[in-house]
Design a protein around this ligand. Structure first.
Ligand code: CTP
Ligand code: CA
Length: 223
């Protein structure tokens, strides 16, 4: 349990955090998901609240329960997360830790797809909205500090630096999510912080520690 610091450095600041995976329905009984546990986003929301922030926590169906002391908005799909995020604006800062599905299944409807012997279903996809980019590139009402994540399996720094520029966010925390790192679903994270000034390599540490370090940096930047 994290006690809110009534007079913490983020007192009076409204901060949005997205977290967890999204689920994209195929039909009423099936969905496409990803391996995000929601642990890092939850730890970040908790650390921000501990510094006194008013946190709006928009979460997909995560494995870990949301932190206490934050306003929780539960969503399932990327489109719902997008809509909930824009409803929660304006805010002072936003952290996009969710693992948002890039695509949704076309024509997912109310009827279960039936198995027919010898016939395979074909799924087609359309692109989901890019929630981070839609906030980072706002012309008016943009949060002062927009922080994204980059989950990569290859060329982590090159991809992350390009992603930082493409998305238009202020900071990007990049991590290597190859299965052998144990980061997806594990208790630790090893991140690189990409800012306009360059790249900082943070040592591997507990997700709660990454969260505290990020929250402290955000408090400094927003002071
Ligand atoms: N993100 C988002 N909405 C999406 C996709 C991603 O808000 N539809 C956010 C994530 O929460 C993360 C950042 O964008 O903060 C980067 O997500 P990532 O999946 O690494 O980037 P993509 O641009 O989707 O590129 P790719 O999956 O090809 O690496
Ligand atoms: Ca993606």
């Amino acid at each position: 349990i994290t006690a809110r610091l009534a007079d913490g450095p983020l007192k009076g600041k409204r901060v949005l955090v997205t977290s967890g995976p999204t689920h994209e329905p195929i039909d009423p009984v099936r969905y496409i998901a990803n391996r995000s546990s929601g642990a890092q986003g939850t730890a970040i929301a908790s650390a921000l609240a501990a510094l006194g922030a008013d946190v709006v926590f928009v979460t997909g169906p995560a494995d870990v329960p949301p932190p206490t002391g934050v306003s929780v908005v539960r969503v399932e799909t990327a489109q719902q997360m997008h809509d909930a995020v824009h409803e929660a604006l304006p805010c002072d800062a936003a952290v996009f830790a969710a693992a948002v599905a890039d695509w949704k299944v076309d024509g997912a409807g109310d009827s279960k797809i039936k198995k027919v012997a010898g016939q395979l279903p074909t799924l087609s996809f359309t692109e989901n909205p890019d929630i981070l980019a839609s906030v980072a590139q706002m012309d008016t009402g943009r949060p002062r500090l927009v922080v994204g994540f980059a989950a990569e399996t290859d060329d982590v720094l090159a991809n992350a630096t390009a992603k930082h520029a493409r998305k238009g966010c202020d900071w990007l925390l990049a991590n290597d999510v190859r299965p052998e790192t144990g980061i997806m679903g594990g208790g630790e994270n090893a991140v690189h912080l990409v800012t306009g000034d360059g790249v900082e390599d943070w040592p591997r540490m507990a997700k709660a520690e990454v969260a505290r370090k990020l929250a402290a940096r955000m408090a400094e930047a927003l002071a």
